[in-house]
Design a protein around this ligand. Sequence first.
Ligand code: THG
Length: 373
Amino acid sequence: MSLAPEIWSNTRVRSTPFTSRIEAYGVGAYSVYNHMLLPLKFVSVEDDYWHLKEHVQLWDVSVQRQVEISGPDAARLVQLMTPRDLTKSRVGRCYYAPLVDARGGLINDPVILKLAEDRFWLSISDSDVALWAKGLAHGFGLSVEIFEPTVDPLAVQGPKAEQLMERVFGSAIADIKFFGFSLVDFGGHDFLVARTGWSKQGGFEIYVDRPDLAGSLWDALYEAGRDLEVRPGCPNLIERIEGGLISYGGDATIDDSPLQCRLEQYCHLDAEIDFIGRAALRAERDHGVTRAISGLLIDAPTIPSVRERWTVSIDGESVGDLRSAVHSPRFGRGVGLAMLDRDAWDIGTAVTVESPIGPIPATVASVPFTDPE
Ligand code: THG
């Protein structure tokens, strides 16, 4: 019998201020994300899924690193990096925003927090955004400071998240709007708390900038949530595919554009703003997007883990590739996200997924996947 190999943490694959807590509970699997440990499973992916949809979980999402950009040219640099129009953006708000290169390729898809008119955090997915930002600042001769502050986000996700957060942080929590943030006290320190998180179940993210308080914050949430059945959790593969949340590095890379990733609502291509990649994205829009991330309902009782992209075909001809998939207990079959050519992306189109265990029939479905009931 062969056991799954371990991932070892060291000073390069960093642990987090919460690692001791999640290992004491029993974390089942890790991945590496932004050079850091990201938990992927606790009890089982399916058990974690049902628990997330019914109760409340603490997620060690320290891997969501902050790229701080501050200084007189900060707003100009942040706008240069994204097609999302930030001219009317407000301090105290979060903005989900694609970052693109000059060819229109997706560099990252952070949540941008506007901390001040001249100070931003880019809460990044898995790519080295600080290097790109430093290169741009140098090339454009911008007056900015760019660095990764010591911030380890802790997400509190699930339908009971607000109840739990109020017990620990007080009633000010209720006033935080979706994609808004404020500073709230715990242990004599003001923590930045946002109503955000990488699930569709609702909740908050605490930007823990005091590693020395991280353990006591975790313990306070854990103790206060006993009767709410709080437990450790993590971004859940089933829940996030059903919800249509794109995972950068997996579902999308620099070879895909935000239009192909169906992020057009965050691309203001005709706004009076300066950003890198505008010409490429306008050309793509004007010629018509030729492929896009689409949902697939996959007709198999079990789905092997998608360790490389599987071809999706119609009558033996490739029409795209599958990027992520998992068995959905609610749908009783697989749900997946695939990059599909225009001829194949209509809802209801019958396709074949060329999996390593053989061809599997699948049907193009709308995303977010709508409840079978
Ligand atoms: N929170 C924070 N940082 C992050 C993530 C996060 N960095 C990495 C990764 N997640 C970035 N990607 C996303 C993708 C989707 C969303 C947030 C971050 C998201 N989308 C909402 C949705 O699709 O329903 C809509 C957002 C909107 O309309 O503005 O929440 O999770 N801190």
